[in-house]
Ligand binder design. Structure first.
Ligand code: AMP
Length: 504
């Protein structure tokens, strides 16, 4: 039997209508659950009657973060339409490929992106468009309220999320209501999400982190979601430290925490109200964890991916200091294995590929049965990540398999070398790639950004690594640059680094 999908905003509008549901920080709009429910009902009614959107149709959104994006997702849920948030940092041809793949019936865009949206719509044969701002507000405030939401189940598709940093044909992960539901169960049990949670959203809403860690779970629980238009380290610190805002939950990629730690306001920020400060999405250097600990905030690592909506592993607070560097242990309703090349589980402490199975895992990729088939064995999703489990059952994400290189026959995981580079007090940002070498096959190259006012030589960087790492792991060359290339979520974009600095 399929479990029905229930709308959490309608539920809390009935249970606690006056409670604050959503805050759009850039426009200072604040919506109670009653008001948010009303807006979503009118949007859903407008989508159906004004724009003729039917169940199964895709509705794409091209916009920086705002509470409007959630309203579109939830309105789509009420009429059975599929929400597709777009990475607005992508170039025209990339967005063109995504829109060609999902063929939306409607494109909703920020006024700022009107020209791009028009070009894309023309190129992709999209005839219906709505601009955020007055046109969208008319739908949300004056549209015909949908009185009867469509009956849906947890197996129905909620969203298509195109995965970040891909090359070639875009891959749209199919996200069901059920995947989001199970992620909520895990967020409530492992991150203490509840009705009194105040979540500050830093990550983009076209990414699973922005949508699901912890915005959607907080709506499910009846708490408050605050959304930044784009990440601003100083403003984030101000909000975290302000007792009248009362932020309890936070989640970011390592770069968010690193940039906040480098901000002049960091040392004055009172972190004492944070219930859960989560970090994940990329390898987290120990130095970042320590800096935040010193400021009274224990960062708890989590691991996940778009295809798992996303929580797979979470490190509990009581273990966060003792097991710093671990991504924790598996969530309750999910299974994990660490598998070798032969498809069998590796021995404890050995490195293998992490595989995941469970109700939080995607059915596959939109329009791509072959890619879906290649990603799974017997229902187990191959994550593409190298991991190991220690004697106490703690998981460590070693790195992406694809980022590993082999030097003189030995596997080198760049994340381990980067971890050491971040311990150097004059280094602001660091990344390591493998480059071809006549003698060793491949050797490491460090790409380093030094802190403002500091000067560092190649020898000093390599010398620092030599004091902390085995010889074969030492970078053989160092390139100094102004800033590392990052994707829209803030993760270092290794393909760009390899293109720019990968020549031997
Ligand atoms: P995305 O689908 O964009 O969220 O990217 C998922 C990928 O981010 C994973 O496959 C990992 O490579 C990486 N990732 C997520 N969490 C962690 C973590 N805690 N440590 C290291 N890498 C991570």
């Amino acid at each position: 039997m399929s479990i029905p999908y229930y709308d959490c905003i309608a539920h809390h509008a009935m249970r606690q209508p006056g409670s604050l549901a959503a805050v759009d920080l850039s426009t200072e709009r604040r919506h109670s659950y009653r008001a948010l429910d009303e807006r979503i009902a009118r949007l859903a009614g407008s989508l159906r009657s004004q724009w003729d959107i039917a169940a199964g149709d895709r509705v794409a959104v091209l916009a920086p973060n705002s509470t409007d994006t959630f309203e579109v997702q939830l309105a789509c849920g009420r009429i059975g339409a599929i929400f597709v948030p777009l990475n607005w940092r992508l170039a025209g041809p990339e967005l063109h490929a995504i829109l060609g793949d999902c063929a939306p019936a409607l494109l909703i865009h920020d006024a700022e992106f009107a020209d791009r949206a028009r070009d894309l719509a023309r190129g992709c044969g999209i005839t219906r468009m709505v601009a955020l701002g007055p046109e969208f507000e008319r739908m949300a405030l004056d549209g015909p309220a949908l009185d009867q939401p469509m009956a849906a189940t947890l197996d129905d598709v909620s969203t298509i999320l195109y995965t970040s940093g891909t090359t070639g044909r875009p891959k749209g992960a199919i996200i069901t209501h059920g995947m989001n539901f199970w992620n909520t169960v895990h967020s409530i049990s492992l991150a203490g999400v509840g009705r009194s949670s105040v979540f500050l959203g830093l990550l983009p809403l076209f990414h699973t982190g922005g949508l699901n860690v912890f915005a959607y779970p907080v709506f499910q629980a009846g708490g408050t979601v605050m959304i930044m238009r784009s990440f601003d380290p100083g403003e984030a610190l101000r909000l975290i430290g302000d007792p009248s805002v009362g932020v309890t939950h936070l989640f970011g990629v390592p770069a968010n925490f690193q940039f906040m730690a480098q901000h002049p306001g960091f040392r004055e920020t009172d972190m004492s109200r944070l219930v859960f400060a989560g970090v994940g999405g990329a390898p987290t250097p120990d130095a970042i964890l320590r800096t935040w600990q010193d400021q009274g905030a224990v960062l708890q690592q989590g691991y996940g991916m778009t295809e798992t909506s996303p929580l797979v592993l979470v490190l509990d607070r009581q273990d966060a200091v003792r097991k710093a560097g671990s991504a924790g242990k598996p969530v309750l309703h999910g299974q994990t294995r660490v598998v070798g090349d032969d498809g069998a589980d590796v021995a404890p402490r050995a490195v293998g590929e992490l595989w995941v199975k469970g109700p939080h895992v995607t059915q596959g990729y939109w329009n791509q049965p072959e890619v879906t088939e290649a990603a799974f064995s017997d229902g187990w999703l191959h994550t593409g990540d190298a991991a190991l489990v220690d004697d106490e059952g703690f998981y460590f994400i070693v790195d992406r398999w694809k980022d590993m290189y082999i030097s003189g026959g030995e596997n080198v995981y760049p994340a381990e070398v980067e971890n050491v580079l971040y311990q150097h007090e004059q280094i602001a940002e660091a990344a390591v790639i493998g480059v071809t070498d006549a003698r060793w096959g491949q050797v490491g190259r460090a790409i380093v950004v030094v802190k403002p006012g500091c000067e560092l030589s190649e020898d000093a960087v390599i010398g620092h690594c030599a004091a902390n790492l085995a010889r074969y792991k030492l970078p053989q060359s160092v390139v100094f640059t102004e800033a590392l290339p990052r994707n829209a979520t803030g993760k270092v974009h290794k393909p760009t680094l390899r293109r720019s600095f990968g020549e031997s």
